[in-house]
Structures are given as structure tokens and as C-alpha cells.
Design a protein around this ligand. Structure first.
Ligand SMILES: [Fe+2]
Ligand SMILES: [Fe+2]
Length: 292
């Protein structure tokens, strides 16, 4: 196995959200092309672009099948911390970027902007709740995990890496790229075996899905588990592994994506005023204590 990078090299982005901001460059809002471009120009400087690139280099080099198995062993014991959902939100919110405080929205604001945009469109309450919690798996950062094992586009491991994944050339450094067990179209999987049987690269999506899997309706779980799987929900690169139910459920993942990407308004939602509504929603679906 490849040697892990040193801590300092493992966090090339100034802020974990540089990845999400960079997504706006790859997938600009079709309804507001000029607005997005202007905001983006103000935000992403060449240093940040380079940071995102280095981040993907690490992500694609080290996210191997064995790495995912190791992380599952480590984190799916859920022995790190017991928290209510609200405590988890507050805990996540300690992950602030101090490099650019005027432009940055904190984590709570991104969650509330996503969920409030879903609510404003009259969607069911579980969908609003999904928007509110979808990134809470990023607490992995606070457990000392490197950026490349928390955020970034996700993709299946155990089979060939699609060239539709961002920066596909970086997979050449990944040991699975030359491993004959894994490096063909289906790898260890059967055609249309269903994503349930497919291991995804490790990050905040899979982690939160595993915490939430007994508590939310199926479309909510698909959204949480696959919201960073851009190679499929935007590019359709892994249909050969999906079954009918996956395709049906991905309609929800696609419906969710614009709320995640394009709800970043410069105005902060009033978290205090919204708190009672979200507390009600959280207690309707989730147990008082969650195990992280
Ligand atoms: Fe996310
Ligand atoms: Fe998000």
C-alpha cells in the first residue's frame, strides 16, 4: 500500500468548501449563468484552483478498494462521539474557514440555505430535513481525517475508474489502476448488480448514510449517500452497475443537486428564528442521540 501523505500535504485546499465552490465552475447554474460567473470570479483565485487540483490528485491516488475497507472498519463502529443532531450541527459549525471570512458562509448557513430553498419549493418535509443534514458527515474533518477522505466527487472502487470522473488522469497513481482484480469495466461486480452492492470511495456521503440508514425514507437515503457521485448523477458513467430501483431513486438525487449547488445566496438565513421549525423536523424523524 502507498504511504500516506504527511498531514500538511494532505490538506491542499484552504477550505474544504473550495471543492463545492469549484463544482460551480464545472456545473454552472443554467438559470443564472452570469450571476454565477461573477460570484465565482470573485471567489476562486488561482491558488484555490491549484489547491483543488492537488486535493483531487491525493483523492484519486489514495482512494483504493482496500482504503475504503479500512475506513469502514474504523468509522462504522460508531464509537467516536455520541451527539444529538443539533449538537452535530453545532460541532460541524466549528469547522470554519478563516482564510476568507467575508465571503465564506459557515456550514450551518450552507445547510439552511439548501433546506430553505427546498422548503420554499413546497417539497415534503423529509426532503427539507435531508437538505438540512446532508453534509453533516463532514464532521470526519474534525476527527482528523484528511480532506481527500471527507469531500470530493465520489465514485465506485473495485472496478475501473471512469474517465468521466474529474481529473481521470490522476488515477494512474492509484494501485488499483493496475490491479487486475479491479481494473476492468465491472471489476469485482456483476452487471446491474445494484449500487447497494457497490463500494463507493470513502467520504462524508457514505458515512452519514450509514448513520441515518434506519431513520429516513429511501429517497432521502439515496440523496445523502450519492449526492457527490457526479460521475453518475451528472454524467451517467456507471449505469452498467445500477438496477431499476437505483435509476428510479436517482431522480431524487438529481432533484436535490441544484439545491446543494445553487442555493448559496450571500444573505445568511436567520438560524435562531428557524431553529424551532428544524428542531420539530429533527425530532419527528431522528432519535435523540446519534452515534458517530
Ligand atoms: Fe456534500
Ligand atoms: Fe452540500
Amino acid at each position: 500500500m502507498k504511504k500516506m501523505p504527511k498531514q500538511v500535504e494532505s490538506s491542499p485546499m484552504k477550505d474544504v468548501d473550495d471543492w463545492e465552490n469549484d463544482l460551480l465552475n464545472r456545473y454552472p447554474d443554467p438559470d443564472a449563468p452570469n450571476k454565477e460567473k461573477d460570484e465565482f470570479r470573485n471567489y476562486i483565485d488561482s491558488d484555490r484552483v491549484e489547491g483543488v487540483k492537488q486535493f483531487y490528485k491525493l483523492n484519486h491516488t489514495y482512494q483504493t478498494y482496500d482504503f475504503v475497507c479500512e475506513k469502514e472498519k474504523e468509522f462504522l463502529k460508531f464509537d467516536k462521539r455520541k451527539m444529538s443532531l443539533w449538537d452535530a450541527v453545532n460541532y460541524l459549525n466549528t469547522l470554519v474557514d478563516d482564510s476568507d471570512p467575508d465571503i465564506e458562509l459557515d456550514q450551518l448557513q450552507h445547510l439552511l440555505q439548501t433546506s430553505e430553498a427546498i422548503r420554499a419549493d413546497g417539497h415534503p418535509d423529509w426532503f427539507v430535513l435531508t437538505g438540512f443534514i446532508h453534509d453533516i458527515g463532514k464532521v470526519l474533518c474534525l476527527f482528523g481525517e484528511p480532506q481527500w477522505a471527507v469531500v470530493g466527487d465520489t465514485f465506485p472502487v473495485g472496478c475501473a475508474y471512469s474517465d468521466k470522473i474529474v481529473y481521470p488522469e490522476f488515477f494512474k497513481e492509484n494501485p488499483d489502476y493496475t490491479n487486475e482484480r479491479f481494473n476492468h469495466k465491472f471489476g469485482i461486480y456483476e452487471p446491474h448488480c445494484g449500487l447497494e452492492n457497490v463500494k463507493m470511495s470513502w467520504g462524508h456521503d457514505e458515512y452519514l448514510y450509514q448513520i441515518m440508514k434506519d431513520h429516513l425514507p429511501e429517497p432521502a437515503l439515496y440523496i445523502i449517500r450519492y449526492h457527490s457521485f457526479y460521475a453518475q448523477h451528472k454524467e451517467g458513467a456507471y449505469a452498467h452497475l445500477m438496477n431499476e430501483k437505483d435509476h428510479e431513486m436517482f431522480e431524487w438525487v438529481k432533484k436535490f443537486n441544484p439545491y446543494d449547488l445553487y442555493s448559496k445566496a450571500p444573505v445568511s438565513p436567520d438560524a435562531e428564528a428557524l431553529k424551532p421549525y428544524y428542531q420539530g423536523l429533527v425530532s419527528k424523524y431522528l432519535p435523540e442521540t446519534l452515534h458517530f
